[in-house]
Design a protein around this ligand. Structure first.
Ligand code: ZN
Ligand code: ZN
Ligand code: FE
Length: 755
């Protein structure tokens, strides 16, 4: 007889792990117990050695689909008895709370079957869930994960539900949000004043009828509100855009089924499986050229579409009534955080929505829909929210408690606790008072959840970011981390790279060590520090921050750098035409005299400038729009042709001026935008490979918002592999600024340890 304990860490609570262990114990005739604790799950197993070994293998090989084991440790203990039963014993709370929190999980197939089975007691119940699916992070108020620590504590289980909850062999054993129509949450339909119009099934039917008639419906989902309209109707979509002040940014679309989705989009197997996974994110997929169902106003001019499938029973029922695709965009005013509370929604969304489909299960925190792009057969998360957040990783050793406050745009925060790192859900860009308030709340919430008191605070090097000011107000030493170094560290940490690597951090902007705006950076980096070995040639960006919204300003800055003051007289170019005579004088003066015209080495601004030069976009309505349009403009038949760039290894400067001159000739001769866009992308990819070859470090980490550009990423990766180097890129942590907090955290830990 052998007695051992298994200590299992990872996402193992709230995902059906204990019943799974219980079943294994029965299968192998093992005595002992299993319990949740603050670190994860602990099992004590007493049986002959072969049975214990078999259990150990099965724990890993057959773990429940929604679980993620990060470590499993086996220890022998003095024999605790000869035989007996196997039991699930009560949770113990320890001093340190570091359990991994499960993200929210889309409805599983078993629950889906019950939902549509007229003989099932939960037939058409919009809050059906089990240990394999349902709300998690969005209802958890404290650890450990137990019903009393969730927003479900407001509902007392009926006898039938309680019996399921207590039965180790039931799929709902310790399913914390377990509920039924008799005892659980319910839906209702409210008018704009918040008075109830209908309840239960009738509410969903009435809500569907409103959408069919062209109304804007606010729907309370898992991590917040959606605004829903008929995606086929020009009138409904334009109404939503007008009311929400969202002019051109593509809107996400929810399809009633994978089959309906395929009518409008090309969906690869990898994309289909991500859409259907427990995370059920929004995936960016290719639209079919022949699809005519959707209103042109959904995603004007974009060859891709952000799509998702119904992921809760409520969405499933609503979509079943509708049978057609709907726009399902975040329930907020532009740039503000999404609504999570129905009373607040009536107040804030009253001017947008015509009706509210709400329920009485409280949402503990804002969790937006996640956005992914499938790249080389795997999802890369571009926005981490529902289904992916919080992101947790094992650091392999105990570290100081550090808080990373994130950057300015696409903000997330991160903390280290014990030997773990946790990264929050997408919080947003810290531009408005409402966004800052949501940011403060998110920090307080995250700190309370993990009982985190910071020994050090890691922040961006930029002195004027709201997050930097926030860090300064916390009573702990601050560590300022250069933005692009943080990007590279995030990739190093996520991909488990051992140092040093060549980090290629290309994005819109980040504060550089020299006070200039960086964004086309090559850093030889390790956890201990970095060396800026190369970067794009700098140019002056007239208008500074305004430049991020006006691609024409990048264009004039590039032209000025290459042609001098003649730039503003090149009135045959669309970029210069976009300024009137007066503006041209102002811009020229700003650059000449260095008045609010900072030096930038930003790849993002280079993309903007080129999009402006070819006449695609002079004023962007959202960040990254011009670059996205340039990527979408690439014509397939341009092949591998490229513009010249010059890399000087002694200065580390990549000069784009030769490219710009040829491009200007092309624009004047025959403005073939598709060909120019292709030659531009190919030139940048080639320049990255050239630098990497010259630097000679095998591991190359690709990071920063520019690597959301699949065409660029694909060519760079091919080129690096062709040169015998090893490219690395993000999967679970966004390449954009959503990943910066993790990098800050790593730097903060290392510097705090170093004293
Ligand atoms: Zn389920
Ligand atoms: Zn019940
Ligand atoms: Fe960035």
């Amino acid at each position: 007889m052998t007695t051992v304990t298994f200590r299992i860490e990872g996402v193992v609570q709230g995902v059906g792990f204990r019943p799974f262990v219980y079943r294994l114990a029965r299968r192998y005739g093992i005595a002992g117990w299993v319990r949740n604790d603050s670190e994860g799950v602990t099992v004590e197993a007493r049986a002959p050695a072969p049975a214990v070994d078999a259990m150990e293998r099965a724990l890993v090989d057959e773990a429940p689909p929604a679980s993620r084991i990060v470590s499993l440790r086996r220890e022998s203990v003095a024999s605790g008895g000869s035989s007996g039963d196997f039991a699930i014993i009560p949770t113990v709370a320890a001093d340190s709370i570091s359990a991994f929190i499960s993200p929210d999980l889309a409805m599983c197939d078993d629950c889906r079957r019950e939902l549509i089975d007229p003989t099932d007691r939960r037939f058409r119940y919009p809050f059906i869930n089990c240990t394999n699916c349902g709300p998690r992070y969005s209802i958890i108020e404290a650890l450990p994960y137990d019903r009393r620590n969730t927003t479900m504590r407001a509902f007392a289980m009926c006898e039938v539900c309680l019996a399921e909850y207590r039965d180790p062999l039931n799929r709902r054993f310790h399913a914390q949000p377990n509920a039924c129509a008799d005892c659980g949450p319910s839906v209702s339909l409210w008018d704009v004043d918040g008075s109830v119009q209908a309840a239960q099934g009738a509410a969903i039917r009435a809500a569907a009828a409103l959408v069919r008639e062209g109304a804007v419906l606010a729907v309370k989902g898992l991590g917040g509100f959606h605004l829903v309209v008929d995606a086929r109707s020009d009138g409904a979509v334009s109404r939503l855009r007008r009311r929400k002040h969202r002019e051109e940014k593509p809107l996400a679309v929810m399809y009633p089924s994978p089959a309906r989705l395929r009518d409008d989009c090309h969906v690869t197997d990898a994309e289909a499986s991500v859409l259907d996974s427990p995370a059920a994110p929004i995936a960016l997929v290719e639209r079919r050229a022949d699809a005519r169902t959707l209103s042109a106003a959904v995603a004007p001019g974009a060859p891709t579409l952000g799509v998702m499938l119904p992921y809760t029973p409520l969405h499933t029922l609503l979509m079943e009534h509708l049978g057609f695709p709907v726009v399902a965009t975040s329930g907020n005013l532009s740039e503000e955080p999404i609504c999570i509370d129905e009373r607040d929604a009536v107040e804030r969304l009253g001017g947008i929505a015509d009706a509210f489909l709400v329920h009485d299960r409280a949402i503990a925190r804002q969790v937006d829909d996640s956005v992914v792009r499938v790249f080389r057969g795997e999802a890369t998360v571009l926005r981490a929210g529902r289904g992916y957040a919080p992101f947790s990783m094992d650091l392999g050793r105990s570290v100081p408690r550090v808080l990373a406050v994130g950057p300015h745009m696409k903000n997330t925060i991160a903390v280290s606790v014990g030997d773990k790192a946790f990264v929050s859900q997408h919080i947003g860009t810290l531009d408005t008072p409402q966004a800052l308030e949501a940011y403060r709340r998110a920090h307080k919430d995250f700190a309370e959840l993990y009982e985190h008191e910071a020994e050090a605070v890691a922040r961006d090097l930029h002195p004027d970011y709201a997050s930097s000011a926030y860090a300064a107000a916390i009573d702990a030493p601050a560590v300022a981390v250069q933005h692009h170094y943080a990007h590279v560290l995030a990739c190093i940490a996520e991909r488990g790279l051992s140092s040093p690597v060549l980090g290629v951090a290309w994005d819109g902007s980040g504060y550089g060590d020299d006070g200039a705006i960086w964004g086309g950076e090559f850093l030889v980096a390790s956890r201990e520090g970095y060396d800026r070995v190369a970067h794009l040639r700098t140019f002056r960006l007239p208008g500074g921050d305004l430049g991020a919204r006006e691609p024409r300003r990048s264009a004039v800055g590039l032209l000025y750098e290459a042609y001098g003051e003649n730039a503003v007289t090149m009135t045959d170019l669309p970029s210069i035409q976009a300024f009137d005579a007066q503006e041209r004088r102002v811009v020229a003066r700003a650059i000449d005299r260095d008045i609010n015209a900072p030096l930038v080495s930003s790849a993002g601004r280079l993309f903007d400038g080129v999009a402006s030069l070819v006449g695609l976009k002079q004023r962007a309505s959202f960040e990254g729009q011009a670059a996205m349009m340039l990527e979408h403009a690439i014509s397939d038949d341009a092949g591998h042709s490229q513009y010249p760039t010059a890399y000087d290894a002694s200065t580390g400067i990549i000069d784009w001026a030769p490219m710009l001159r040829e491009m200007v000739r092309d624009i004047r001769d025959s403005p073939d935008v598709g060909g120019i866009a292709a030659r531009f992308h190919n030139a940048l990819a080639a320049s990255i490979v050239a630098v990497a070859k010259a630097v000679g470090i095998e591991d190359v980490a690709l990071t920063g918002g520019c690597f959301q550009n699949a065409y660029l990423a694909e060519r760079v990766i091919d080129g690096l592999e062709g040169a015998g180097l090893r490219p690395h890129w993000h999967r679970r942590v966004p390449p954009n600024d959503g990943g910066v907090a993790l990098g800050q955290l790593i730097a903060g830990i290392v510097r705090t340890e170093g004293g």
